[in-house]
Ligand binder design. Structure first.
Ligand code: GLA
Length: 752
């Protein structure tokens, strides 16, 4: 959870006195006994080292906190002199604006993006933050800044991961003035890179079309990646990667970052007036206004940043491992060895039954699912209230007595008897106007009194920022989980905000809704996890509308898209994995022809596409014939054997499916390099071209690996066993008949 704000004056003072002219090596040690954080008192330089990364900033001679270095790890004896502010650029760009600050207040002629912008009660809007003090923390620093005159304090939190070099940053803003202040803009952190040529990578999309990777040359000016929608959004995802020079999957320096916030957010990427690059991210300043009364403080979300010298592939491998070891819930093990268990293979009823769920219908599906080797049966929308269509029922979380006359117990018992655990769909933050809840509490939704309330999918958004709404939502979920043996909730969220009023608060404070709504969402999840520690959660928002490192502290998995077309999914999965680990990337096999694109594909192709992530089945399996059942059963069993390698290993995107590629391929290698899994897909063979020979990556060159097909065949003369060097240098060749439309193959390699 969020750290409590703390302005640690006394400890800081002691530190300052004790260590006047000595270099302080901070006690926090990595496994390899290297210090991760060091402060040099004489030069006022802060240095953080982790993995192959160093991050350095210092107090410059003006008193500002100036960013100095972010990149490959420096030598232990390399030192920086005290930071000197950058010079002004003629009389138009002051030194205040040319100097890259760790966290700049808007004031003193700042023209680049500020980290913090406030209005004081007397109308003053000038904020200039200078270093005040710092303390060391187990894995970094808390550095306190203060306005040059007024009692606005900002504590910057830095926490460096010693193995992966990912730096977590956030800020606590505290008002110690006698009057309230209004925060109009608050970033979690600002990152800086020196002037140069860079490519910006970011992810955009829309419903059923999430996870498009965009790659563009970074040009002067500001690029906004943002959501103004109250939640993370399909439209853009809070992740970026900046590569030196042209985009390259396997080589070159990449700096990347991801914001842990599921409300409206913004990341600005600027190439400033001197061609230097700054990335600033946090709460979206659009329609933002957070009043801090005397003594109050505001915590920003965390902004994680990392660096890799090994291209975009290297960057995503670091990020995946960090998510697995440090972000996701339900981890077992310690430190970097911690990992959540691979996801159960699920069956989900949505595409089979939509809202027409009944006890008998669900049991029929469950029986078939169990026969396939599925681990978890999930009943989707339609089980509650008067939910027949999307016009009614949301908000009324009682079991529909017509569809389930004996409650959920008979179904849950049956699912258990079949050897699966049971999961259920909920959409807690929403209400249909046609519901008992809305009839009783029309004031509970986001709205401006007297104004129209815009419906989307016939629903309105409950104002979760309200204490009574929070209590209601927690209450019904707690009851549901207490009264039923439920292992999993798919937590959905099927629209964005409109008319975001919160009329319980004074007019000038209503905009707090942007922070408190999301805080309460996290709070409810945290409390539910405490009360029901075994229950797992999926974050879904009409597909991939709420995927970010904030929700992933509570959600064990996500639903990347309502688009389950297995060919579209290849590109979506490719984009998704730039920011997020396949561990959380749920992928169902659904029916063919597909409802969205009307495309027909073989069951093998659909299974292999889904096996790139965390496999699930979402088809109407009551209609599957014996052959289809046998194929799915065989491939689910094969998947179970190699799943951990696929979802938690090192991912190499060998051939991208983007830009209309004829072919695509991925490979994952587990952490100890004893196993690897390869997937290969053909869109449509053209002019007789065979599949390119795949030079594998990440294997131990000296070890011997045995190749076994999961689906498909290798070329006739492929050795059964060969060295890692052979597979990486010579490569894996597909059989000559691996041609056609929508073909798929998969192989495993096991170290002898
Ligand atoms: C959203 C989800 C789907 C399904 C429906 C149910 O669209 O993304 O998977 O749960 O809601 O209404």
């Amino acid at each position: 959870m969020m750290r409590r704000p703390e302005i640690p004056e006394r400890k800081t003072l002691m530190l300052k006195t004790f260590s006047r002219f000595v270099v302080l090596l901070i006690a926090s040690m990595t496994a390899s006994a290297q210090p991760v954080a060091a402060f040099n008192q004489s030069t006022k330089i802060f240095r953080l080292d982790g993995g192959d990364v160093s991050y350095v900033f210092g107090v410059n001679s003006r008193g500002e906190l100036q960013q100095l270095y972010w990149g490959g790890r420096l030598g232990a004896n390399d030192h920086f002199p005290q930071a000197e502010p950058m010079r002004e650029w003629a009389s138009f760009d002051s030194s205040y604006t040319t100097t890259p600050q760790e966290y700049a207040g808007w004031g003193a002629g700042l023209f680049v993006e500020p980290a913090l912008k406030v209005t004081f009660a007397d109308g003053n809007r000038d904020l200039v933050l200078h270093y005040e003090s710092h303390v060391v923390t187990p894995d970094g620093f808390d550095v306190v800044l203060k306005d040059i005159q007024r009692a606005v304090f900002v504590t910057l939190h830095y926490s460096m991961d010693p193995k992966m070099g990912i730096l977590a940053r956030s800020a606590t803003i505290e008002n110690r003035e006698a009057q309230p202040i209004t925060i109009e803009q608050a970033a979690a952190a600002a990152w800086a890179l020196p002037a140069g040529n860079y490519t910006l990578n970011y992810l955009t999309g829309r419903w059923a079309g999430e996870w498009t990777l965009n790659q563009e040359t970074l040009r002067p000016g500001e690029r906004l990646i943002e959501s103004r929608r109250g939640s993370t959004s399909h439209q853009a995802n809070p992740w970026f990667a900046i590569q030196a020079g042209a985009p390259d999957e396997n080589h070159g320096e990449v700096w990347f970052g991801a914001l842990a916030w599921s409300g409206s957010w913004r990341i600005t990427v600027e190439k400033d007036q001197l061609d230097a690059v700054r990335v600033t991210g946090g709460f979206n300043p659009f329609d933002f206004g957070y009043v801090l009364h005397p003594g109050e403080s505001l915590e920003t979300p965390e902004f994680y940043g990392g660096y890799s010298p090994d291209g975009l592939g290297g960057a995503s491998r670091i990020l995946h491992h960090y998510e697995i070891a440090h972000i996701l819930p339900h981890r077992m093990g310690e430190g970097d060895n911690a990992a959540p268990r691979p996801r159960p293979v699920i069956y989900n009823s949505w595409e089979a039954t939509e809202m027409n769920v009944t006890e008998a219908g669900q049991i029929a599906l469950a029986e078939k699912a169990a026969a396939l080797g599925v681990d978890r049966f999930v009943m989707d929308d339609g089980w509650f209230g008067q939910r027949k269509t999307d016009h009614a029922g949301l908000g009324d979380w009682y079991v529909n007595p017509v569809k389930f006359p004996h409650g959920l117990k008979p179904l849950i018992d049956k699912v258990h008897a079949l050897g699966m655990d049971f999961g259920l769909w909920v959409e807690p933050e929403m209400v249909n106007p046609d519901s008992d809840l809305y009839r009783k509490h029309p004031d509970w939704v986001l709205n401006f009194p007297g104004r129209p309330r815009s419906e989307e999918r016939n629903q309105l958004v409950l104002n979760l920022a309200r204490p009574d709404v929070r209590a209601y939502v927690f209450g019904f979920l707690d009851k549901l989980l207490t009264e039923n043996d439920i292992a999993f909730l798919k937590w959905d969220y099927n629209r964005n905000w409109s008319e975001p009023g919160w009329d319980q608060l004074p007019p000038n404070e209503e905009k707090k809704v942007y922070v408190e709504f999301t805080r309460n969402l996290y709070g409810i999840l945290a409390e539910l996890k405490k009360r029901h520690p075994k229950v797992e959660f999926e974050s879904c928002s009409g597909g991939g509308g709420r995927v970010d490192l904030g929700i992933l502290k509570y959600a064990d998995e996500v639903w990347p898209s309502d688009n389950t077309d297995p060919f579209d999914r290849l590109t979506q999965q490719d984009g998704f994995t730039y920011a997020y680990t396949p561990q959380i990337m749920m992928a169902w096999v659904t029916d063919s022809p597909h409802w969205l694109n009307k495309r027909s594909t073989s069951l093998e192709y659909r299974l292999l596409s889904s096996m790139q992530g965390s496999l699930g089945i979402g088809a109407n399996i009551t209609k599957w014939n014996d052959e289809e059942m046998a194929t799915a059963k065989r491939l689910i069993a094969a998947y179970h054997q190699v799943q951990r390698t696929i979802v938690q290993g090192d991912l190499y995107r060998l051939i991208s499916p983007r830009d209309g590629s004829e072919f695509s391929a991925t490979q994952t290698v587990n952490r100890d390099k004893s196993q690897s899994v390869v997937f290969a897909f053909i869109h449509s063979t053209q002019e007789g071209r065979g599949f390119p020979r795949l030079k594998l990556m990440g294997l131990d060159p000296a070890a011997e690996y045995t190749l076994a097909p999961i689906e498909g065949k290798a070329a006739k003369d492929t050795p059964e066993t060969a060295s890692g060097a052979w597979w990486m240098n010579h490569g894996l060749e597909m059989s000559d008949d691996f041609r056609g439309d929508f073909q798929a193959a998969a192989f495993r390699l096991d170290r002898k």
